[in-house]
Design a protein around this ligand. Structure first.
Ligand code: GRF
Length: 223
């Protein structure tokens, strides 16, 4: 395929609440010469999210839609939905977005919504995963990228990376080890989705036409 005939890059919107290190890696991998996507919009529910400044410095449109003062979840999600719809993204990547989305929002964008969660789902849904894994004395931990459904952290899992828990680990060393893999697996999943190799259908994730009963594992040979 020539450069002229290459399909246009898919448009990715990233939604954050914090520093946005996953957002940054998505922006940067979207700029690789052979990328099939481009991060074209960053939204945050927090006006002071560090990631907004990072995105702007990288030349990406970045807007806060502050949730403060909007107690009603559906009203907030309507604002988010309007901002996204005006932008017509092919993918919406939640990356440290700390709000639970309403059922209507999730249904409206079903099949385009991805999330990264710092645990080996289905273990440890919700918050403070590193702390809980350490308290439980687990031998390994990790991170999962999954499609978003109405069930919190319960949508079809696509790709996981596993890391060992080492003697002397605390939340900070463990989260740093996990994050190294977050930054590898999220761009990979977005690439697969944008290439059409990964699709969400009938409430399941399908990869190369095969139903994913279990998530793919980082490090497995997947061409
Ligand atoms: C990551 O740990 C991600 O797995 C979770 O939120 C955190 C966001 O980190 N969903 P960052 O803002 O991308 O650095």
């Amino acid at each position: 395929m020539t450069a002229q005939s290459r399909a246009p890059r898919q448009r990715v919107a990233v939604i954050i609440s914090g520093r946005g290190s996953n957002m940054r890696t998505l922006i940067e991998s979207g700029r690789a010469a052979d990328s099939n996507f481009d991060v074209t919009l960053v939204l945050s529910d927090k006006a002071d999210a560090g990631g907004l400044r990072v995105a702007r410095e990288l030349g990406v449109e970045a807007r806060a839609i502050p949730a403060a003062g909007i107690p009603d979840r559906i009203a907030y999600d309507q604002l988010l939905s309007e901002a996204l719809s005006a932008h017509a993204p092919d993918v919406i990547a939640l990356a440290g977005f700390m709000r639970i989305l309403s059922g209507g929002f999730v249904r409206d964008f079903a099949g385009k919504l991805l999330n990264i969660h710092p645990s080996l789902l289905p273990k440890y849904t919700g918050l403070h995963t590193h702390r809980r894994v350490l308290a439980a004395g687990d031998a390994e931990h990790g991170v999962t990228v999954h499609y978003v459904t109405e069930e919190l952290d319960g949508g079809p899992r696509v790709l996981q990376a596993r890391v060992p828990i080492l003697p002397g680990d605390d939340e900070s060393t463990l989260s740093a080890r996990v994050q190294q893999f977050e930054h590898k697996i999220y761009p990979q999943v977005v690439r697969w989705h944008c290439a059409g190799r990964l699709v969400y259908r009938e409430h399941c994730a399908w990869f190369d036409g095969r139903l994913l009963q279990e998530p793919l594992q980082w490090g497995d040979s997947i061409s």
